[in-house]
Ligand binder design. Structure first.
Ligand SMILES: NC(=O)c1ccc[n+]([C@@H]2O[C@H](COP(=O)([O-])OP(=O)(O)OC[C@H]3O[C@@H](n4cnc5c(N)ncnc54)[C@H](OP(=O)(O)O)[C@@H]3O)[C@@H](O)[C@H]2O)c1
Length: 254
């Protein structure tokens, strides 16, 4: 798609990857409607809404359409994690996470995609994670929510293939943002926190996503070295699972 001159509905624009994306897309000539609970800086329209609440999603789309006239790209970037083990995590926390990470994205797509289909162009970008391809034991339920988003994105792309509307999946690796501080429950393994120096920046992810949008990419996995982990996980799942488990256990019961 052509970012210059486009109108983009971006969730999770108040922080991290979304905030960097708002800057990058604006720099490339888009008008961005940033949607999050806290205000988004530097966007054409800042809409305060909880994407985990259906009434807020409905209002946010109406406000964005009112301000921008049409939506050329929907970027479902807002997301939260839960560190609690899957066999202990309160169901309420799990449902809340899926409402933000998965149902919110599907609902926003249902609200926005019909307009795109009617115009014969548009793009839906879903920000999943490398955890959608390689489940992380300290993040089992989060991985499941992102795997659902990945399967959904792939199916949506096929459903819309003849309409001129695309769907792109984004799978970031570890990115230095406020994400870990915003989890709904549980705590990460200490080793993961100490591995922060290996994290990529939100700005690098934002550039990769914007490049992917302009190239009509299917998937943006960043950093691209992550593909090696994905391949290893497909070829030798037992080995990769063992390494991930060792990484979690070596961190102790944090
Ligand atoms: N950081 C990583 O290592 C990493 C790796 C892979 C994938 N990701 C994914 O990247 C996306 C962005 O995460 P980030 O790292 O940039 O984290 P972040 O700094 O915590 O930003 C998350 C954004 O999502 C918004 N958000 C969260 N819950 C929301 C809700 N209920 N309603 C509306 N907005 C909500 C937050 O805004 P408010 O709090 O203002 O509502 C914030 O703008 C997420 O989908 C995450 O799963 C992150």
């Amino acid at each position: 798609m052509r970012i210059e001159g486009s109108n983009i509905f971006l969730t999770g624009a108040s922080s991290g990857i979304g905030a960097a994306l708002a800057v990058e897309l604006t720099r490339r000539g888009a008008r961005v409607a940033g949607v999050s609970r806290r205000p988004s800086a530097g966007v054409a329209v800042s809409i305060s809404a909880d994407v985990g609440v259906a009434a807020d999603r409905e209002r946010a789309v109406a406000e964005a359409l009112g301000a921008l006239g049409r939506i050329d790209a929907l970027i479902n970037n807002a997301g939260v994690g839960v560190y609690a083990p899957s066999w202990q995590c309160p169901m309420e926390e799990l449902r809340r996470m899926f409402e933000v990470n998965f149902f919110g994205a599907v609902d926003l797509t249902q609200r926005v995609a019909p307009g795109m289909v009617a115009r014969g162009q548009g793009l839906v970008v879903n920000v999943a994670s490398i955890a959608s391809k390689v489940p992380l034991p300290w993040f089992t339920l989060y991985s499941a929510s992102k795997a659902a988003l990945e399967a959904y994105t792939r199916g949506l792309r096929m459903e819309l293939a003849r309409t001129g509307v695309g769907a792109m999946l984004v799978c970031p690796g570890y990115v230095q943002t406020g994400f870990q501080g915003a989890v709904l429950g549980g705590r990460p393994p200490a080793k993961l926190v100490s591995g922060k120096r290996f994290a990529s920046t939100a700005e690098a992810v934002a550039r990769a996503v914007a490049d992917g949008m302009e190239k009509d990419a299917r998937t943006v996995l960043t950093p691209s070295l992550g593909w090696a982990l994905v391949a290893a996980s497909r070829l030798a799942p037992g080995l990769v699972d063992g390494q991930l488990l060792a990484m979690m256990e070596s961190a102790g019961d944090e």
